[in-house]
Design a protein. Structure first.
Length: 212
């Protein structure tokens, strides 16, 4: 299982600080993007991200109503994997096609209440299915353990190799259970950035899953 630091901020200086921190301990980061409509909070934009140069593999998690208009701006900002929500206000098939057209990896995110059956038809076209383990939009939201049943179900029915990701509420005390359920990409925000040193927190999480 790969741990992906998830950066949620509405300030350019804080974004750059966190990206530089991540560069010191891993090779990937997820940038959380919020429009204040799909979720109540607002975040930095593609224009902000484009001001920061990095060699990290960047994925953008778009918690927005209309993701398709963000595809090209985030591609130009250096994003390689574009994750949007099934629950957004656009046709998912059309959004996937637009992402593919830009030669970016496709990530499809689902909220905790959305059933896997609703998104099975997209499995042939995506590189990542990101299951939200919290109601999206805030650092520190409470983990919903029932979503791990979706992960276990996915492991049974998956015929094509796309990544199974989990986002939200991942802590040092539940990360082993998350790995054991079959999660392949764990997106971690507050447990890395909201206490102590991010580098130490990241490696503490790694050590925890190595115990399995």
């Amino acid at each position: 299982m790969k741990i992906v630091p998830a950066i949620l901020t509405n300030e350019l200086k804080d974004l750059e600080k966190k990206i530089r921190q991540v560069e010191s301990f891993t090779d990937i980061a997820q940038i959380d993007i919020m429009d204040g409509k799909f979720v109540p909070s607002k975040s930095i934009t593609a224009k902000d991200l484009s001001k920061i140069k990095t060699n990290l593999f960047l994925e953008a998690h778009l918690m927005v109503d209309y993701p398709s208009c963000e595809i090209i701006p985030f591609k130009e900002a250096g994003v390689k994997r574009f994750i949007f929500h099934f629950e957004a206000k656009e046709n998912p098939e059309e959004v996937i096609e637009k992402i593919k057209k830009e030669n970016m990896e496709v990530g499809l995110a689902i909220n905790p209440e959305t059933e896997i059956e609703f998104v099975e038809k997209f499995f042939e076209r995506i590189e990542l299915l990101l299951i939200m383990a919290v109601n999206p939009g805030f650092y520190g939201s409470k983990f919903i353990p029932q979503v791990l049943e979706k992960v276990r179900y996915l492991k049974k029915i998956r015929k094509r190799k796309f990544l199974i990701g989990l986002d939200g509420g991942i802590k040092i005390n539940n990360i082993r259970e998350i790995k054991e359920a079959g999660v392949e990409l764990a997106c971690v925000g507050s447990e890395i950035f909201c206490k102590g040193e991010p580098r130490e927190n990241f490696f503490a999480l790694l050590e925890k899953i190595k115990e399995i």
